[in-house]
Design a protein around this ligand. Structure first.
Ligand SMILES: Cc1cc2nc3c(=O)[nH]c(=O)nc-3n(C[C@H](O)[C@H](O)[C@H](O)COP(=O)(O)OP(=O)(O)OC[C@H]3O[C@@H](n4cnc5c(N)ncnc54)[C@H](O)[C@@H]3O)c2cc1C
Length: 337
């Protein structure tokens, strides 16, 4: 296995800070996965799989092996009159894959257009946007289980998908995902009930949307709303929407009548983290080389950081201010190393 030593991670993640990996390699096939695990075991070093680096923050040099996932390929493995099943390599670019499905007329993933990242990382936090989560189209996942030391096929149920979470978040670094199987619909049911999508379609004069027009509308909304990571390094939403009990929500609502929240079960609510940050005055605030994006407080942006620690310390300040004002604990969505 080829490894490089003391490699700067700057080109490999969206915050583009300057931490280094002690060792670095690229994974092109399943054998490379087992080789990397064996190598780390022999050297007694940790292993970190990296996709496109759009959801990580390095706060220090990585002491082990960083392995960039580049297993590619989109294979049709089943087809019926109504559905098509695809097996996709973990290293495929997410948006390219979504565009491929849209182009073929296969529906299900169009609302997830332009989310950065790789196919293999998509199940990890069960990526979601505009009323759709990726688990809705996932059938099965192929992964190497580093605990049982065998290849496993995980059914959708086994993956324990939830809001921005899954089995892979519960057992961090246990599974190395190499392929994801998706089921797409040949007669797609479009989901355009989100206000922003409806408004964009209306603005473009589209009365009868199809997969392509919905995907294009979402690309346009996201381009307008979110910072371009090539210009302002970021990892999308930095925090998750926190869950609170119904009684805590009702108490907060009495104190802060404009609070934005939605029920997730009979006795719990999710509060919009963006609203919490804006209410604490974080929107557009810049401190040193870090800030909260002017159009969306939840996105922490880099104005040229050298160390990811700057972002981490800034996020700590936000967590404390939200806890002080609302007694609500924010949790980071971004993976910290
Ligand atoms: C501008 C912007 C907008 C975003 N918008 C959204 C959004 O709307 N919705 C949403 O859900 N997310 C969003 N994100 C977050 C991000 O796009 C997703 O989390 C994405 O799935 C990360 O993919 P990646 O390949 O970059 O993963 P990375 O950042 O490289 O890795 C993320 C984590 O997954 C692990 N990992 C990666 N690949 C594998 C693998 N094959 N096997 C095992 N572990 C692996 C890594 O070790 C790491 O812990 C956004 C990010 C940005 C920068």
């Amino acid at each position: 296995m080829h490894t490089d030593t003391n490699i700067s991670l700057q080109p490999f993640h969206f915050f583009a800070s300057e931490e280094q990996a002690k060792y670095f390699t690229v994974i092109k096939n399943k054998e490379d996965v087992t080789d990397a695990i064996e190598w780390c075991h022999e050297q007694n070093l940790p292993l970190l799989i990296l996709g496109s680096g759009s959801n990580v923050l390095f706060t220090q040099n990585y002491p082990g092996l960083v392995a960039k996932m580049e297993i590619n390929g989109i294979k049709k493995i089943n087809e019926s009159a109504t559905e098509v099943v695809l097996e996709v390599g973990a290293g495929e670019n997410w948006h390219h894959f979504v565009s491929y499905c849209v182009h073929k007329g296969w529906g299900g993933l169009e609302n997830l257009s332009l989310i950065p990242g790789t196919v293999g990382a998509s199940p990890i936090q069960n990526i979601g946007a505009y009323g759709v989560e990726v688990h809705e189209c996932i059938q099965q996942i192929t992964a190497f289980d580093t605990v049982s030391k065998e290849w496993v096929q995980l059914s959708k149920q086994a993956c324990k998908f939830g809001y921005r979470t899954s089995l892979f978040k519960e057992y961090t670094h246990r599974y190395i995902i190499t392929q994801v199987q998706f089921v797409l619909q040949k007669q797609p049911q479009l989901k355009t009930d989100y206000g922003a999508i409806r408004d964009m379609l209306h603005e473009k004069g589209i009365k009868h949307p199809n997969l392509e027009s919905v995907s294009n509308a979402i690309v346009q909304i996201r381009t307008q709303k979110l910072p371009d990571p090539k210009i302002l390094g970021n990892a999308g939403s930095f925090f998750k929407n926190p869950a609170v009990s119904k009684s805590q929500y009702e108490h907060l609502q009495e104190q802060f009548p404009t609070i934005i929240a939605y029920p997730i079960s009979d006795d719990s609510y999710k509060i919009a983290a963006g609203w919490l940050l804006e209410s604490c005055g974080w929107k557009g605030i810049k401190k040193g080389n870090v800030g909260c994006y002017e159009k969306q407080a939840l996105v922490i942006v880099s104005y040229g950081i050298r160390s990811g620690k700057e972002v981490f310390d800034f996020s700590e300040e936000i967590i404390h201010s939200v806890a002080n004002k609302f007694k609500v604990a924010l949790e980071r969505e971004v993976n910290i190393y």
